[in-house]
Structures are given as structure tokens and as C-alpha cells.
Design a protein around this ligand. Structure first.
Ligand code: ZN
Length: 353
């Protein structure tokens, strides 16, 4: 990465953080005044760079917001490394009008990343509060399976089977921001279980980016009764959580949760050999690879990154991921199907020795 590109990435990351900050406000429209200082600052730097180079620049924050909704980040007056983001990447979804997963992943990039780091901090607090690994795992599973509670029913949550779990996790839920309930109706996608919108065009948008055939929308006419996890946990815990459960259900080996960061897993083969893996569901392969390499470095042993099959099948994903891995990183990208079809750990590792 050249110095220019590094500055460009920093600037784009600042814009992404500003968009996330704007969206976190519980307002009818996400992208209204007052604008976060980080966004204004990034715009000022961008305008300065654009004017020096004689390229078109956004005329103020509202213009910047429509720019990144209508056009890709590569059209902004900043230098980005080649293939840093996928070709169709956007920071704001053109139809949904909400920050994209790419935006969330960019906001988490680097040592001053905010979103994924927030999710990890919340999980660390939960692990501390839970005290035991078993209770933490139960609470974590609860969050993965219920990122959006469409109809909060205190009686249901006080049943003996869930009352204890609810006591530990309820503090993580908050009312749904008003802007998601258009005309008094709130939607949840049955594919990703996250927030969704029915668009004026007749189409649909959901936070997980499910294809239209992948799940229906459920609705509630009492949005004030709905509860939702913060965006950080929706995107970085609940979304990959679907694939994580698919992996767990297909493995015959014993899977153990390592309560570190967003959660790692290890499987133990018959002879006691361990294999450590983390399940990801991320739009941007380069950002995912850099994050995986950091986790691997902290872990100090080989790490398998397991992602949904359709992600590995998307053109160039695996190549971009592998190319972005720093030298020496012991990270291996596998789809859910590839990972769950692997021979037992001892044979597999032995064959590569
Ligand atoms: Zn969805």
C-alpha cells in the first residue's frame, strides 16, 4: 500500500464510521443533522485532496451521503489500493438507505475500529457476567437466534427455561429505531432474522442482504413492542451465527466454544488433537482476511475461517481473501461444506506434515 493509498483508506474508514454513527441515532431519518464531527472532518480532508487534484468533490455532508449511496467508494476523490473492496461495494444501500455490511466492516478496520470491537467488548462483558462457559454459550446462542424480537412478551421470557438467560441478556436489547417502522409496520427477515424494509418499489431490503427468494418478511403492527440488539451484534455475531450453527449441527466431533472476542470454536478429534475455527459472514474478503490474520496472530496457532458456501462461491472471494493474508499468517479459508466434510483432524494435519 502506498502512502497515498493508506491516506485514502483512512479517509474512507472515517466516512464509514461517520455513517455508522449517524445510523445509530434513533431518528426517523438516519442521515439528518447534526452530523458527526468524524464525517465533517473526513469531508474536509477529501475536498482538500480533490481540489488539489482538480477532481469533482462532494459539496457538503448531504452531498457526500447521496454520493456514497448512488455511487461506489472508488468514485470518491481518494486513492484506494486496487481490489481493496469488491466491485459493487457501497457504503449506504441504494434502496434500503441504511449503512451496508461493507460500511460496518470498514468502520471496524484498523486499530481504531469501532463496530466489531464494540461487539467483542459486549461479548466479553457478557462472558464475565455469566461466570461459567456453559451459561455464556447459552446466552450467546440466545442472541444469535433472536437478534430482533418482533413482539416482546415478558410472560414468555419469564418461563423457567429462558428466565435465567433473559436476565443476563436483556440489557443488550433496545427499542428499534423509529425509521425502521414505516407507516407503523416493522419487518424482520426470516432468512437472516435481522431488520428489513418493504421498499416503495415493491422490492425488499434486509440487513443480511438475503436474496429475495431466501426467506419471507415477518411484520408487526406494534413496533413499540419490538426489541433489537445493537448493529454491532447483529452484523458480527448474529449474522455469522447462522452458519456457525450449521457447522455445529453437521459435525460429529465435539465442538467447544472459546469465549474470546466474538467467539472461536475448537473441535477435538478422537485422538485429542485440536482444530480452531471461527465462522465469518463478511462482504469484503480483504477486510475479512486482515481481521482473520489479527485473530490468528493473537491465537498463535493455525486458524480455519469458515464462511457460508455462497460466499466462497462468489467470484474472486477466495482469491481476494488469500491474496490479502499477510506473509506467515496461518489462516485457511473454507466453506461450511468444505469444513464439515474434512476428515478427522489427526489424519488431515498428518497428511500435510
Ligand atoms: Zn435477510
Amino acid at each position: 500500500m502506498t502512502e497515498d493509498e493508506r491516506r485514502g483508506v483512512d479517509l474512507l474508514v472515517a466516512v464509514a464510521r461517520g455513517v455508522i454513527e449517524l445510523g445509530s441515532a434513533a431518528r426517523a431519518s438516519a442521515f439528518r443533522l447534526p452530523y458527526p464531527p468524524v464525517l465533517q472532518l473526513a469531508l474536509d480532508r477529501m475536498v482538500l485532496a480533490g481540489l488539489t487534484q482538480g477532481t469533482p468533490v462532494p459539496h457538503g455532508v448531504p452531498d457526500l451521503l447521496s454520493w456514497i449511496r448512488e455511487r461506489g467508494p472508488e468514485t470518491l476523490p481518494l486513492a484506494l489500493p486496487r481490489d481493496f473492496l469488491t466491485a459493487e461495494a457501497r457504503l449506504i444501500h441504494p434502496a434500503g438507505g441504511e449503512a451496508t455490511r461493507t460500511c460496518a466492516e470498514l468502520a471496524s478496520y484498523g486499530p481504531h475500529g469501532v463496530l466489531e470491537q464494540e461487539a467483542a467488548a459486549l461479548m466479553a462483558e457478557l462472558a464475565d457476567a455469566c461466570g461459567t462457559e456453559e451459561r455464556f454459550e447459552t446466552c450467546r446462542d440466545f442472541l444469535i437466534s433472536r437478534p430482533v424480537i418482533l413482539r416482546y412478551d415478558p410472560v414468555q421470557l419469564m418461563r423457567p427455561a429462558v428466565a435465567m438467560t433473559w436476565r443476563f441478556v436483556k440489557g443488550l436489547y433496545a427499542p428499534v429505531p423509529d425509521r425502521f417502522a414505516a407507516d407503523g409496520v416493522l419487518y424482520r427477515c426470516t432468512g437472516c432474522l435481522l431488520l428489513a424494509k418493504l421498499l416503495a418499489s415493491g422490492g425488499r431490503w434486509c440487513e443480511g442482504g438475503c436474496p429475495a427468494h431466501d426467506g419471507e418478511l415477518e411484520s408487526s403492527h406494534q413496533p413499540e413492542q419490538a426489541l433489537v440488539l445493537p448493529l454491532s451484534l447483529r452484523i458480527f455475531l448474529a449474522l455469522p451465527g447462522r452458519a456457525e450453527r450449521a457447522v455445529r449441527s453437521r459435525l460429529s466431533e465435539r465442538v467447544r466454544l472459546i469465549p474470546r472476542g466474538l467467539g472461536l470454536h475448537c473441535i477435538t478429534s478422537g485422538d485429542g488433537t485440536l482444530r480452531t475455527y471461527q465462522v465469518h459472514d463478511r462482504e469484503q474478503p480483504v477486510l475479512a482476511a486482515l481481521r482473520a490474520a489479527e485473530t490468528d496472530a493473537r491465537l498463535g496457532e493455525p486458524l480455519d475461517i469458515v464462511v457460508p458456501d455462497e460466499l466462497v462461491a462468489s467470484p474472486g472471494y477466495r482469491e481476494s481473501f488469500n491474496r490479502a493474508l499477510p506473509a506467515g499468517a496461518r489462516v485457511h479459508l473454507l466453506s461450511v461444506s468444505e469444513f464439515t466434510a474434512l476428515p478427522p483432524v489427526d489424519q488431515e494435519r498428518g497428511s500435510h506434515a
